[in-house]
Ligand binder design. Structure first.
Ligand code: CO
Length: 268
């Protein structure tokens, strides 16, 4: 009888900041590892630019998903769960799906792609519950503005669904994105309409990287913080990625469990 060799390949876009990597990515990997003692847990980055930068600058070698899967195949893994640390099933998810599909020809006895944070309708409430653990007390006068990444991909609609469920839950939280819809301009209109005085800016991204540090919280003229200040709002910034929140680790762990049990909506 062939001995089962089981692995979980965690994938992330990656970051070139060592402290952020440790806080927002390695911490999730560590908890997934703890939750699945029978599985060998590995990490791959999807951004080749970051992989190359880390190799050149820090002599750190991180595989892309294809390289990692080739290694796992060569090492005789029988079961592989690929779990992305993505928030929405956008372009990066589609790209990953394509890579994983290449190995769906019997390379492994079992190969499953896990879901991102927001996939099924039920996921939104779960994500909001996780988010609540890092929100300030809900108030009519103060609002939280989330900075999602945003995308040209149709999965960008996830941010609008998130906003809708947030409203169902009665939270004074406004969803916005850097590179998609809703844009930041819409936020100012909403805040003024609601007579909000104080705003907390918070990234809705795995890592508090360049977008959070520069586009959201920097003192540059065009950062969200500066623009809101100029408009007369009191602005606080929360500079932690979702990867620092253990409630989000639990979401990823749950998604791995779903994948193991064949309960994912995504089929390869
Ligand atoms: Co970006």
């Amino acid at each position: 009888m062939k001995i089962a060799k089981k692995g979980i390949l965690v994938t992330s876009f990656g970051t070139s900041y060592a402290d952020t990597r440790e806080a927002c990515i390695d911490s999730v990997v560590k908890n997934i590892d703890k939750a699945f003692p029978d599985y060998d847990v590995r990490l791959a980055f999807t951004s080749q630019i970051i992989i190359n930068k880390l190799a050149k600058r820090d002599n750190i070698k991180i595989d892309n998903p294809e390289e990692a899967l080739i290694k796992m195949q060569e090492e005789g893994f029988t079961e592989v769960i690929v779990q992305p640390l993505l928030i929405i099933p956008g372009e990066e998810y589609t790209d990953l799906e394509k890579v994983v599909k290449k190995f769906n020809d019997g390379a492994f006895e079992k190969l499953v792609l896990g879901e991102p944070v927001l996939y099924g309708i039920e996921d939104y409430k779960i994500a909001i519950e996780a988010l609540r653990t890092q929100l300030p007390p809900n108030s009519d006068k103060d609002a939280v503005v989330l900075m999602g990444h945003g995308s040209e991909h149709y999965a960008n609609a996830c941010y609008c669904c998130l906003q809708s469920v947030i409203e169902d839950e009665g939270l004074n939280v406004i969803v916005s994105t850097v590179e998609g819809y809703p844009s930041f301009k819409k936020v100012i209109t909403k805040l003024k309409k609601q007579n909000i005085k104080e705003v907390t800016l918070m990234p809705f991204m795995l890592v508090a990287g360049d977008h959070a540090k520069n586009d959201m919280a920097s003192n540059e003229d065009d950062s969200w913080k500066s623009i809101l200040k100029k408009e007369g709002f009191i602005v606080k910034t929360y500079l932690h990625g979702l990867g620092e929140n253990e409630a989000f680790h639990k979401i990823y762990i749950n998604n791995v469990q779903k994948a193991i049990e064949g309960r994912t909506k995504v089929k390869l």
